[in-house]
Design a protein around this ligand. Structure first.
Ligand SMILES: [Cu+2]
Length: 49
């Protein structure tokens, strides 16, 4: 994948909650390749821990 390019991901987000996505290359992870996303429940509400 060329540097600076983007891709679209098609993911079945059927498990509500907060999830982390990150790169498995340690240097990239340290450089910030990590994000959190939330999957809402069927009512559109965030799951409470
Ligand atoms: Cu990486």
């Amino acid at each position: 994948m060329p540097v600076g390019s983007t891709i679209d991901l098609l993911i079945d987000m059927s498990n509500p909650g907060d999830w982390m996505m990150h790169c498995h290359i340690a240097e990239h992870l340290e450089a910030g390749m990590m994000l959190k996303f939330s999957v809402l429940d069927e009512d559109g509400k965030e799951e409470m821990p």
